[in-house]
Design a protein around this ligand. Structure first.
Ligand code: ADP
Ligand code: ADP
Length: 227
């Protein structure tokens, strides 16, 4: 189970008066695919980073499974994050890149190998495990980034514009792959994008942010009918 709840969460950078995120209250249900969409600068990334624990929360409460996590470190939040620049380690093989989070946790070698093979299978990376990231295409690299996020089996996946660096055709393919992955993993996805089509085609529900405030939160069909 993994539900995420924001209660009156705000963010101001550098103690400035202006709020990058105004009091934000909403809940992401267990196993939901929630997309946060809005124009550049509206606070999407800040919101996601607060959920991840990569940015402090100025005010309000952030709850994961009803536990207040404002002061819980990223590594103890049971989340994984996927970024737009894949942030792979260039000198490691694909296998080592995917295995890295488990290695950090001192998981036994044999288990790591099995788990990496399983993840590679799901993401169709099995034949690429011995390569280095620079020998892969953009789409393959993004799959490795997904693999590295999946390998620990976190409760919540956070995506920050993960497809922005891909060309249009690949972007459409990867959308479908991520939706499929959500179904397979059966867990909570929170996905940030500025791309409305991406939001409408991927999300179970869509949170529309504008100037740091929540404008709408609805299913694609309801948003389509009441834009
Ligand atoms: P989005 O992800 O929707 O593009 P951001 O969350 O990155 O929006 O930014 C929201 C607002 O906060 C913007 O006005 C941005 O300039 C500001 N901001 C973001 N990061 C920082 C930072 N590290 N320091 C100061 N201001 C920031
Ligand atoms: P995004 O829209 O994906 O958040 P940005 O280009 O807005 O990307 O931000 C890239 C980085 O710069 C982020 O780490 C963000 O926190 C930081 N940043 C954004 N706006 C500001 C700002 N006004 N002052 C300082 N840092 C900022």
């Amino acid at each position: 189970m993994a539900n995420v709840e924001l209660r009156q969460v705000t963010k101001s950078y550098d103690d400035r008066q202006s709020l990058a995120v105004k009091p934000l209250t909403f809940e992401i249900q267990d196993k939901e695919f929630l997309v946060i969409v809005g124009p550049s600068g509206c606070g999407k990334s800040t919101t996601l980073r607060m959920i991840a624990g990569l940015e402090s929360i100025t005010d309000g409460g952030l709850f994961i499974d009803n536990n207040l996590v404002n002061y819980v470190e990223t590594k103890d939040r049971d989340i994984a994050m996927v970024f737009q620049n894949y942030a792979l380690y260039p000198y490691m093989t694909i296998e080592e890149n995917i295995a890295f989070p488990l290695k950090m946790q001192k998981v036994p070698r044999k288990f790591i190998k099995q788990r990496v093979q399983k993840v590679a299978e799901i993401l169709q990376l099995s034949d690429l495990l011995k390569r280095k990231p620079d020998a892969l295409s953009g789409g393959q690299r993004q799959r490795v980034a997904l693999g590295r996020a999946m390998v620990r089996q976190p409760k919540v996946f956070l995506f920050d514009e993960p497809l922005s660096n891909l060309d249009a055709k690949l972007r459409v393919e990867m959308r479908a792959e991520i939706v499929k992955l959500h179904q397979q993993l059966d867990t909570t996805f929170i996905y940030v994008t500025h791309d409305q089509t991406e939001a409408m085609t991927m999300g179970d529900r869509i949170a529309v942010l504008n100037k740091g405030a929540l404008e709408q939160l609805d299913s694609p069909i309801q948003l389509y009918e009441n834009p």
